[in-house]
Design a protein around this ligand. Structure first.
Ligand code: HAM
Length: 416
């Protein structure tokens, strides 16, 4: 029996690999325009890093981590904590007061697989560490939205909230629990479990009964300080000036403990139940929590597979694969040896070329040249080798010119 890939993972075959490369190239260009620099961290980290930052009671840490070596290490379920760890470990705060970092890599979460939700998936994301100015919040949101716009994605909803500081949330959580106590038995099982361990997350529930109950629950925004509210108002005004369309959603709390202040999420109806394309927020306490000086920060991450689902639904036109410049058809062993040597010479000169690797007939080789969309073809047999004369054929119109066999690797492949 064939061994199959683990559940919730996927193979990326060449056609899709090309599409992903196109996506990555386009996103990297935008990130470079915004002046972000790439950061790479190990695929696994000490488990304690994620426990301390994401929070032990969150779904990701309590149920979804791939941990090994007696729980010492964990495959990264996200990149914010590793980036902050690397920022501190490498004293990056000494280089620039504000670090604008991005990553483009794979994550691992032991979730229940479904459309748009995998156990290994890819994210691109940004983390800006060192500024608490609301213009940074506007910049990262604008960046995330620009990426979608450049791929022609328009049908999206941007949700924004401010969840305040830990202190501001404390009183709210108290009041929320008081309010929910009388509904405890009718709340969904998930929400009942969260009631003790992570009550804030109940606000995120998608269960219709929970949503109904929450309609009259205390509103977190009302518990925020004047300072926090002013920060939020400034951000909202700036986003409006930038002509960014968004909705304020006071229930948007997101799933990790490190979030403070601004949170945001961009959703698409094309995605079904896993509808978030990207999401993020401020984490102004995390650097300090991981042993650094108090340092504000903000970031987001975008799921590449979810982006691709939306692109496929909108029939996004990926660029065609780069075509072969030349296919060398060979007849006989001598010609085959000549063809492969010449192809390698030409490749060194930056031409994309192909040869037959299956000792096929001329007809099959021509078919292959067509399949590969070769721009030019040269047929080489013993006659051509002996006379040092061959024909260079342009496939688009069949025009042929004479070429010298020993000069094939010196041509510029441009019949005019
Ligand atoms: P997150 O909301 O967990 O945030 O993930 C960000 C995005 O990754 C989601 O919106 C979704 O597109 C994609 N994603 C998440 N889980 C899966 C999955 N199982 N399969 C496929 N795609 C998935 C974070 O990861 C935070 N680190 C974002 C952040 C950066 N916050 C501040 N800085």
């Amino acid at each position: 029996m064939l061994i199959q890939k683990p559940k919730g993972t996927f193979d990326i075959l060449p056609e899709e690999a090309n599409q992903r490369q196109h996506i990555e190239k386009k996103i990297r260009k935008i990130l470079s325009n915004y002046n972000y620099d790439e950061i790479c961290t190990p695929t696994f980290e000490k488990t304690s890093l994620f426990k301390r930052s994401i929070g032990e009671e969150t779904d990701v840490v309590s149920k979804e981590m791939y941990s090994f070596n007696d729980d010492e290490f964990t495959l990264r379920p996200e990149m914010t904590a590793p980036v902050v760890r690397a920022y501190l470990e490498n004293s990056m705060y000494n280089e620039f007061p504000v670090q604008k970092l991005f990553y483009f890599t794979n994550m691992f979460r032991h979730e229940r697989p479904q459309a748009g939700r995998y156990r290994e998936f890819y994210q691109y994301g940004v983390e800006v560490i060192g500024s608490n100015d609301y213009t940074v919040d506007a910049e990262v949101i604008a960046l995330g939205l620009q990426v979608l716009k450049e791929f022609g994605i328009r049908d999206i909803v941007t949700k924004i909230n401010n969840i305040g500081t830990l202190q501001e949330r404390e009183l709210f959580i108290n009041d929320l629990k008081k309010y929910l106590t009388k509904y405890l038995k009718v709340l969904s099982l998930d929400s009942q479990r969260r009631f003790e361990k992570n009550p804030l997350r109940i606000l995120d529930s998608k269960e219709p009964t929970d949503i109904e109950i929450l309609e009259n629950a205390p509103v977190l925004y009302e518990y925020l300080s004047e300072e926090t509210k002013e920060f939020f108002t400034n951000l909202i005004e700036l986003l409006k000036e930038m002509r960014i369309r968004f909705e304020v959603d006071y229930k948007l709390v997101r799933g990790f403990d490190y979030y403070t202040s601004t949170t945001f999420e961009v959703i698409s109806d094309e995605l079904g139940s896993q509808n978030a394309i990207f999401g993020g927020g401020r984490y102004d306490m995390l650097v300090e929590q991981l042993g650094g000086k108090p340092t504000p920060a903000i970031g987001f991450a975008c799921g590449i597979e979810r982006l691709m689902i939306v692109l496929n639904k909108s029939k996004y036109q990926y660029p065609q694969k780069e075509r072969l410049k030349l296919y060398l058809v060979s007849i006989g062993e001598k010609a085959r040896r000549f063809a492969i040597k010449t192809a390698i010479e030409l490749r060194k000169k930056n031409f994309k070329c192909g040869t037959d690797l299956l000792v096929r007939s001329v007809k099959s080789q021509m078919k292959e040249a067509n399949r590969l969309n070769a721009e030019y073809v040269i047929v080489i047999g013993s006659e051509e080798l002996e006379s040092n004369e061959a024909r260079l054929k342009r496939m688009s119109d069949g025009i042929e010119i004479d070429v010298m066999v020993n000069k094939i690797n010196e041509l510029d492949y441009n019949i005019d």
